[in-house]
Each structure stands twice: as C-alpha cells, then as structure tokens.
Ligand binder design. Sequence first.
Ligand code: GTP
Ligand code: MG
Length: 684
Amino acid sequence: MRNYAMKNIRNIALVGSSNAGKTTVIEQILFNNKMTTRVGKINDGNTALDFDADEIERKMSLMTSIAYVDIKDIRINLADSPGYGDFIGDQIAVAQAVETVMIVTNAAAGFEVGLERAIDLLDGTSATKAILVNKMDLENADYFKVLDTLRENAGISAAPILIPIGKENTFKGVVDVVKGKAFVDGKYTDIPAEAKDDYEKAVASLMESVAETDEDLLNSYLENGELSPEDIQKGLQKALSEGQIVPAFCCSATTNVGVDALVDAMIEYLPSPESKGTMKVLKDDKADNIVCKPDGEVYAYVFKSLVDPNMGEIAYVRVFSGTIKSGLDIFIPERDSKDKVSSMYYFIGKNRNDASELRAGEIGGLVKLKVAKGLNTIVSQGSKISHLPVKLPTPVFWQSIRAVNQNDEDKIGQALAKLLSEDPTINSSMNTETHENVIAGIGEQQVALVQKRLRSRYKVEADIKSPRIPYKETITGKSDHKYRHKKQSGGKGQYGEVYFRISPMERGEGFKFINSIVGGTIPSNFIPAIEKGLNETMEKGIIAGYNVVDICVDVYFGSYHDVDSSEMAFKIASSMCLKEGFNMAKPILLEPIYLVDIIIPNEYLGDVMGDISTRRGKIQGMEQIGKKQILKATMPLAELFGYYPNLKSLTQGRGLFEQKFSHYEKLPEEIAKGIIESYHSPEE
Ligand SMILES: Nc1nc2c(ncn2[C@@H]2O[C@H](COP(=O)(O)OP(=O)(O)OP(=O)(O)O)[C@@H](O)[C@H]2O)c(=O)[nH]1
Ligand SMILES: [Mg+2]
C-alpha cells in the first residue's frame, strides 16, 4: 500500500465515556467511505473495531484498536479507545500518538463520569482537543446544552463548527459554520431557515474566537466587524494546530446524519502531522525538540501492544520522525533493549494490509516485536531520544491471584506477564512477606478480564481474592532472657545456651545484632549460627506469622559443650530464646499506612471526610482546585484495599484517588488481638 505525505494525514483518537458511540461513529465512517462492506453494529457483535471475543461478549471496547480511511489523497487514521474507567490506560496512551484527541459525548446525557475522567487525563497532552456530540437523534439530545455543560464543568469553551439542523428524531443534517453551508442528505446546500438563528450566533462567536488567536485577524475583525470565510478558515486551521480553539462537531452515528460532514471537517480543519511540525522529547534525559520528517532520525511511539492469538505480538505505533523499514535494528530506551523490525501493516480492526514501510506521520502495526510494549519509544540504535514519560494513575485496586491447580503455577506466571503487558495500568508482583502474587490495577473489571483471559487464552483457572496485609511484628518493651537447648537421646547430644538482651528500635530501623560475648563463653564459630537462627525466626514471625522488624538483639553470655555443641544446637537455642524473649517484651503488630490524595467534586466533601474517619484515616490537608477538592489523608492499607468501590459509590463514580506507601504504624489492639488469635487457632 502507498504511503501518505505528512500534510495529507490526519491522526485522530476518539476518547470519552463508555457508550458515547465512539466505535459506532468509526464503523459508520469506514462504511461510508467503502473501507468496509457493511456497517458493523455493536449489538450484532460484528464491528471491525471491537473484534476481540470479550469485546463482542460485553458489547463494549476493552482496548484501543485502529482503522484508516482513504479519501482521495488524504488518509485519516482513527484510533478507537475504550471509555470504561478500568481501561483508561489505553486512552492515556493513545492521546500521545495523535494530533487530535476527539472527546465523544452522548448528546442526551449530562456531564458523564467517563467524560470528566477522559478530560482530566488529557491535561498535559499536546494534542488538539475536539468535541464530538454524538447520538443527536436521541430524545432530549441537546447540542448547545452539552457544550454549556462542558464549559461549566470542565472549563472547555468549544467553538461549534458543525451545528444541528432539526432535533431528536427530526435531526436531519448539519451546518458547517466555516463554509456557511448546510449538509443534508449527502449534499451541501443553502442553510435552511430553521437553522439560520443558530448559524448566525455560531458564526459570530467563531469569528470572535478565531480573531482572539491572531493579532492581524483581530485588527481586521475590529475594523470590519467581521472576518471573511477565507480568514476564518485560515485562522481556524492555525488555531487548531496550536490547540488554541476546541472545535465542536455533532452527528448521529446510527442514523448516519452529519457523519460525512464530520469527515470533511476532519480533513479541512484538523491539524496534520506536518502542521504540528516538531515534537517534545527527552534527549540524554533533558527536554528537547525534534523536527518530524520522513528523512529524519527514527522516532516512533508504541501506543498499544497486544498478543493476538493468530498473529502473535502486535505493536501499534505512531511514527513521528524517520522511516521504519523491515529489518531495521531498533532500540527501546525504556527497556534498554534492542529489537528488530519484521513486517508491518495498516490495520482496520483485525484486518490488515501490507505496509512496505512506515513514514513520519503514519500509524500502523509492527508484528513480532519482542520487547517494545505500550508507552515505549522506538529509536535507532545509538540514539539518545525517548518519549516524555507519561503519567499513569497509581493502582487503586488489588487482588491476590493464584492458580487453582498447583500444576499450573509455572504456566500462570508466564501467561500473566503476557496479559498484563497489554495494559500499562496493571501489574503483578510477588509479595515476599505474604507470599502472594498481587495484581494491582484500576478496577474490578480490569482484573476480572485478566482472570477470564487466563482461562480462555491460556487454559489456566485462577482464583482471585483480597490480598493479605503485610503486617509486621515488633516489641514495645525490653527483655533479658536465656535459653538452653540440651538433648541427650543416645549417641551424640545437642547443647547450646544463649543469653539475649532484646530491645526495640526506631520505626524503620530494621534489625540490629550485637555480639558482646567476651571470654569465649560461646566460641566465635557458633555466632553466625546464632544470627541465622534469629533471621529465620524473624522472617517466619513469632506472634502472628509476619516479619519481625525494628528490634535489637544483643547476645552477651552463654555456654557450650566440647562434644555436644553444634551450629544446629546454637541455631535452635537462638531461635527459642528470641521467641520467648520477644513474647516477654510487649509485642505488637504494625500495619502499613498509605498516603492518599482523594480528588472529589466539592459537593461530596462532607460525606467523603466522614467516611475517611470511619476507615481509620486521618486528614492531613485539603486543597481546592477549580470545582474539586484534593483531600490529603493517611489510611491503613487494610482499609485501602476496598476503598475505591466505596469512594465511587459515595461520589456517583466521580471520586478518584492516588496512593503511595508512607510508613508502618501500630495496629490497634482490638484488631491485632483477632489476627493473633486466628494465627494460633488456624482452622482455615
Ligand atoms: N441512538 C443512537 N445510538 C447510538 C449512536 N451511536 C452509537 N449508538 C449506540 O450506543 C451504544 C454504544 O455505542 P458504542 O459505539 O459501543 O460506544 P463506545 O463509545 O464505543 O463505548 P465504549 O466502547 O464502551 O467506550 C451502541 O448500542 C450503539 O448502537 C447514535 O448516534 N444514536
Ligand atoms: Mg467502543
């Protein structure tokens, strides 16, 4: 297939809340432009873009997929991302790969949670933002109301470029405000009387917005009281490529009204890779710019990687600079590894067409890359350039996972690694204290999908449950204790005696071992065995099976036997002495405490604060940003595990939080008592 010049490409990612109609809009565009032979329907499970079995089953997108549309000498690349909150990582990643991020909203819905989230997460991307109000055919659909809500809630003042003709089930066309023409039944015509008023208002406000972005245009506007259509078009294109204006469009995907006019507008007004021109990158870890051109240095970005059951690894890439060819040796700075390009394709969902090479400005898929995964940079070997780091949300949902069948333990590790590499917001790690494999991610659906795919793709049944809390054990008092290990049961006996002074240390200091033996009461060759006995016991735990920390053990006296003493005997003596001495030194349990930043709309402040204190949280501070409050608090991990579902229900889905580990703190006695008792009477 042919390549397209940078100025003839439009790269557009559709984001926004679930169910707004992103996938359906793209399906309709593909069909209208003869890229597919039928209009894929979500309900029939036959869309080009939601091709994955789980997407078909759930009737929603679960990952980013890509398509392209060729119209005359223009190629439009469209990325369809999942709107459901648990899969937000894909929206964040794809927003970095395009010139325009189109935020799709439902014309009949209010300011939806998914929409709010998508907008928040786009903060900081350099892409131009655009608004597409879809579902204009629905009862109560109201284009201008949606734009007002966006202004009020998100501070986005969108400039209407396409405005509707007719309403709800009589929505029959759109007016292109820049052209001053209506688009009805597949043709441009004069603006009908019913849309004249809206058009006059929209064009006046568009002139004002465009004039404000450029001094010459402003002067001309002030002089003449208006701008010519040519001036509006030129000014708009420039303002859009600089991201100074957020254009708004409308359509109904299912009735196919306004979709062709939308595509025309994408071509005529939205920025091309050439109009953006340069790209901010890191070079040698410092901020830098590179000029994007096909004969420049190779610089591409992977915005999604997946393992296709038939094709193997696929990495969807955006080439920003240079040209990627088969056989090219590449370097992935984020992984500090080399890789090699094999074949590459242009994709429409899972259908692919050969690409001979991928040039600056283009989007395509590289197959069988070994190391490059989502959010990674692709550069030539020896290059010092990498993509600016992308901020991802911290995990807010945790589950421990293990294979139901013991024989699958090895298999599950590899299968998990493959599945998790498809989504940058989820990871798993072995907790060496609780000996659990813990998955940390964004939500229940995300983890449930991993569990389901382990079964469907890798035939591994996995159990998930709430993880154990890595409590720790320590003491608050001191003890002075001795223990003699002596056994005489025929043959060689066992003998070793130690005297310990056990004392608490500051939080976080760990363990200190002091050897104060003088005069050889214990020969020095047995000292390492004593230390080993201590370490092993501390790792296993004494009162409740958790790591022992922040204690100091001073061995200051003991005795031995010429024949019967051995390393084993001293190890046992040491272990027993610690166990008994520890119990005499007012032992307690410590629990991990996390710092959380909870971000909520003002109206939920009271409820959320009340709830934090019932969860043993402590408010540390508060900050107002726009219409939101950021509550800073500490919260025990035991409460944090179940916090996100709870926060969502308290705030109608609008609350978010970020977390990081802070410190260990004494677990309240009444809770500790239960944990210690159940450790000593293990009926599970
Ligand atoms: N009435 C009406 N329904 C629509 C329109 N566009 C999409 N739908 C329906 O809305 C539902 C959701 O559409 P999708 O295309 O899956 O929405 P999405 O934004 O891709 O959703 P996610 O993949 O979950 O992010 C489907 O049942 C569509 O048929 C429209 O313009 N009008
Ligand atoms: Mg979708």
